[in-house]
Design a protein around this ligand. Structure first.
Ligand code: FES
Ligand SMILES: [Fe+2]
Length: 369
């Protein structure tokens, strides 16, 4: 950690660590099954009976807001014979499995199972959906598939302090819109692309006009990275915004181990939560969830989303696909991170830290506390 800003070269993980399927299984087991994984914000489950489904690696998850207003997460798996319980998202009073029509309450209890009346009590493990540990903080919902020792508050608590400081309207922000993109690239390449601004000037013309890239700064903590850059002109190549006393006058971004980022762009109070999940060793999915005050999308918010979702994300996704192809080509055994000790906008120091965290987690030595 103390070496983060020391000028040096650090080899990346081996090229085959970015596409090998057995390595991918190890990463699912050690990282996605055991770490706290961000899923969504409470405002994305607005009503009693709202639910959402998604996958963490190969694990199907269902998250819902019950009639008692409690948010719960379960494996999205029917305990009769394993059919996926529900698809997509929406609102319901109970869940019905499409296979043999077993039904479940929102607290996971079995509500009905055709034909069992003449058979007697079901085994206990077939009476209830399998629940998943859930943590809701500042409205943000995280789940952990397997119990562990990591202390969520200790690891991420200061991040939420920073976010509240930087975003006074945090409690008033509501979900507005989601962009989803699937990318032919390993999830680590996607995360690494977020963790540096070395590529910003060569590849992001509008971003480099929206913010002053050469003043980009970061602060690395063990479990999260804080980044910051002052805004450029309100009338820039990305989107135009008006300045008032509540306006954000900088870009602020945070990465949370292992796969989630929080971002505030210049202009009105806004938040973009961008999180990246693996679909396979060679394919990933990025969810961009936009939040504005009361969820209202005015012309400025619309322009921000239009540019970020359709221009910036596209530029990044093309880079990720290309880097993945190259890593798979057998041309190089590994790449190299360039760590500029002075000019942070040119430094890949946080990527070396990320690679180390991945490796230590796989080796079972875990992040340093
Ligand atoms: S598998 Fe769900 S009801 Fe049979
Ligand atoms: Fe980028």
């Amino acid at each position: 950690m103390s070496e983060i800003n020391q000028a040096r070269y650090v080899p990346t993980l081996s090229a085959n660590d970015y596409y090998c399927s057995s390595r991918y299984s190890d990463e699912l087991n050690a990282i996605f099954n055991k770490q706290w994984i961000y899923v969504l914000h409470a405002s994305q489950l607005p009503d009693k009976g709202s639910f959402e489904t998604f996958n963490i690696g190969d694990k199907p998850i269902l998250i819902s807001r019950g009639a008692d207003d409690v948010i719960r997460a379960f494996y999205n798996v029917c305990v009769h014979r394993g059919h996926i319980l529900v698809q997509g998202s929406g609102k319901a009073t109970h869940f019905t499995c499409p296979y043999h029509a077993w039904t479940y309450h929102f607290d996971g209890r079995l509500r009905g199972a055709p034909g069992v009346a003449n058979v007697g009590d079901l085994p206990k493990c077939n009476q209830q959906l399998v629940s998943v540990e859930t943590k809701v903080t500042n409205g943000f919902i995280f789940v952990r598939l397997e119990p562990g020792e990591d202390d969520f508050e200790k690891n991420y608590g200061r991040f939420f302090d920073e976010l509240r400081d930087r975003l006074p309207a945090l409690n008033r922000l509501h979900f507005a819109k989601r962009f989803v993109a699937e990318v032919d690239g390993n999830w680590k390449i996607m995360v690494e692309n977020y963790l540096e601004c070395y590529h910003c000037i060569p590849t992001h013309e509008a971003l480099s006009d929206l913010m002053c890239i050469k003043d980009y700064r970061f602060q690395q903590s063990e479990y999260y990275l804080s980044t910051w850059a002052p805004a450029g002109r309100p009338d820039n190549k990305a989107y135009t915004y008006t300045l008032n006393e509540d306006s954000q006058r900088a870009f602020s971004g945070w990465w949370l181990w292992p796969n989630t980022t929080f971002n505030i762009f210049p202009g009105q109070q806004n938040l973009l939560v961008f999180h990246m999940l693996p679909l396979s060793s060679e394919r990933s999915i990025g969810y961009c969830d936009y939040f504005f005050i009361d969820g209202k999308v005015d012309a400025e918010a619309g322009a921000l989303m239009e540019w970020e979702g359709n221009v910036l994300e596209k530029e990044d996704n093309d880079l990720i696909v290309s880097a993945h192809k190259g890593m798979k080509s057998n041309a190089i055994r590994n790449g190299v991170f360039v760590i500029d000790g002075v000019r942070q906008y040119l430094s890949e120091g946080p990527l070396a830290h990320f690679n180390e965290l991945v490796q230590r987690t796989l080796d079972g030595t875990g992040p340093k506390n």
